[in-house]
Design a protein around this ligand. Sequence first.
Ligand code: TXA
Ligand code: MG
Length: 342
Amino acid sequence: MEPTETVYGLGANGLNAEAVAKIFAVKGRPADNPLILHIADQEQILPLTTGLNENARALMETFWPGPLTIVVPRSAIVPDIVTAGLDTVAVRMPSHPVAAALIRAAGCPIAAPSANVSGKPSATNARDVAEDMTGKIAGILDGGSCGIGVESTVVDTTSPVPTILRPGGITREMLEERLGAVEIDPALNGDPALRPKAPGMKYRHYAPQAPMYLYEGKEADLRLTQAVLRAQKQGLHVGVLCDDTVKERLEESLRRGHTAEILSWGQGKPDLAEHLYELLRDFDRVSPELIIGMGVDEKGLGLAVMNRLRKAAGYQILLAEEGGITVKSGSGFPEFLLVAEE
Ligand code: TXA
Ligand code: MG
């Protein structure tokens, strides 16, 4: 178990099928979901692939070490269990010094998924790893809290136009600046009719135990505030996910002794990315009846955090724009979330 700059990983020798099988068993991970191989030096990718094209090389040169995973054609030394039988392999060179030291000490690529039980939010600190993994693993390398907080960006370099299969720490804008055109896997917007190209993206993920609802749009903060005040009047025990500004406003408006669990990520998208998983796990510790959250725009890191937030909310999303609230996706919303007060 090692910290990386994105999230903690559950590692094993990536060229040893038996060791890799233990990862799947401990996580309860479906066998059709391939793993990322982590390396510590650029040249370490060469034996793992039958060839790197210009896009792959440009990405390695620009963003490694860092929160970017590239999907490349696999070579025969990569065990089938790592790639779930695909003819490509995902490779990443983390920038966290502890991860790099571990990979160098191991002397082999390390296969590592995020160190959470499948379906739970990824772990971004040693305590959260211990919560999911104690008794199941050999040990935890505690490198403190992860700075980025959401997983690496996964880019398929084998498609004619490089394609983002999972948004993450390296933003779409950064990729476009280096490569020109970049596509985004259309399945990422949650349409259940489309099959994501990264098998892991199809699973319900990152979900807290309580049902979660999300306000998006320009007036998300206003509508969230109003909804929480109504919930308080109805005596509901609600969890609230918001930024510092909204938290302060809510605490002023709610009467003393209120029961809302208001968890703030701080201010801005980097804070949201850094704390999102921790906060989702914290909601499970305080067990609200439901969670109401607010979204951010999709620029920069916004694409990655909104991908995670929408999944956490099971795509139960309300759009709050000037003039009212409409259902963006989902159904069966509690009535009090839909009231647009003047
Ligand atoms: O930041 C990260 O990437 C963290 C840290 C530990 O490095 N790792 C991580 O691994 O998030 P995991 O296993 O939780 O997610 C890997 C994602 C999954 O969605 C998987 O389906 C996708 O990458 N993936 C792996 N190999 C692939 C391949 N050959 N083609 C397409 N998608 C692939
Ligand atoms: Mg994961």
